[in-house]
Design a protein around this ligand. Structure first.
Ligand SMILES: [Zn+2]
Length: 286
């Protein structure tokens, strides 16, 4: 491993009591004895992490490549979630929405359809390849930090961002400071910190992921940042179409093995039943 690592106490509650939880890719995930957060310690230093996010390459025993590609099939599920969270439409006070860590822009695309032309949409994405792809699809996406974007926002969304944060309390406070009075935060992350290690979705993607939370922990971080939680929506992390079954069977066939149709289907059915993905809508008081 090339990167310098630093040992840290719990990034949510500061406790230093830990139980070993899992080891992956040369990194250790521990459970906090104070709040139950799962977090990586020692972890790559902040400079190494910033460079890793820029290029989508995370150094471990093997280098983890996480850039991926644009997935148009994600737009429709996002639209459904927006309807669950907001009903038929966004509140009329919503004029400017910032999506931090917008990836390939699927959520911004869904938002564009849901919100219409009256809401200005901006995305921030540190991965330069992803940001370039978004710009090519006509989205306003920039590879800069929040401090380099002017003005405040009606809503800030953070999808699959929380688990990458080094200091969630400080980061969320920074977002709240940029919300209009009455503005909202929409945060998506896994609700997995209470799972036994054997039941946790794998791979963990360490050290791209630095922590795994649950509803109680995220509620605590949001409340401590001065937000009021409005609603929590739980979803299955597995897709409605058994894509993982098809992929597992295809890989087996490529290796010359018998496709594990039954076992792969059982795993998918079990995953569909678990509601371990959550969206939390919170509001900054007026
Ligand atoms: Zn803790």
């Amino acid at each position: 491993m090339n990167a310098t690592t630093v040992a840290v106490d719990c990034p949510v509650c500061g406790a230093d009591a830990i139980d070993p939880y899992a080891v992956e890719n040369g990194f250790e995930l521990v459970r906090c004895g104070g709040c139950g957060l799962l977090y990586v310690t020692p972890r790559p230093d902040p400079v190494a992490t910033a460079v890793a996010h820029q290029y989508g390459l995370h150094e471990g025993d093997t280098t983890l490549a996480v850039t991926g590609r644009y997935r148009p099939d994600r737009v429709r599920p996002y639209l459904r979630i927006l309807r669950d969270v907001h009903g038929a439409s966004l509140p009329p006070t919503c004029r400017r929405w910032l999506d931090i860590g917008c990836g390939h822009g699927e959520f911004l695309t869904a938002l564009g359809r849901f919100a219409g032309d009256d809401v200005s949409l901006i995305g921030l994405e540190p991965n330069v390849t992803k940001a370039r792809g978004c710009a090519a699809r006509g989205l306003d996406v920039r590879s800069v930090g929040l401090e380099e974007v002017d003005g405040n926002f009606s809503t800030i969304s953070l999808l699959n961002v929380f688990s990458h944060l080094q200091d969630p309390t400080e980061f969320i406070a920074g977002c709240v400071a940029r919300l209009d009075p009455g503005g909202e935060l929409l945060l998506e992350t896994g609700d997995t910190a209470d799972l036994a290690a054997v039941d946790h979705p794998r791979p963990l993607f360490l050290p791209d992921h630095l922590l795994f939370a649950n509803e109680r922990i995220v509620h605590r971080v949001l409340t401590e940042a001065g937000l009021q939680v409005l609603s929590v929506h739980h979803y299955s992390a597995a897709s409605a179409v058994p894509v993982q079954v098809i992929r597992e069977c295809q890989r087996a066939v490529q290796r010359g093995d018998v496709p594990p149709v039954l076992a792969a289907t059982r795993r998918w059915v079990r995953e569909r039943r678990r509601r371990i993905d959550m969206y939390i809508r919170a509001r900054r008081p007026d």
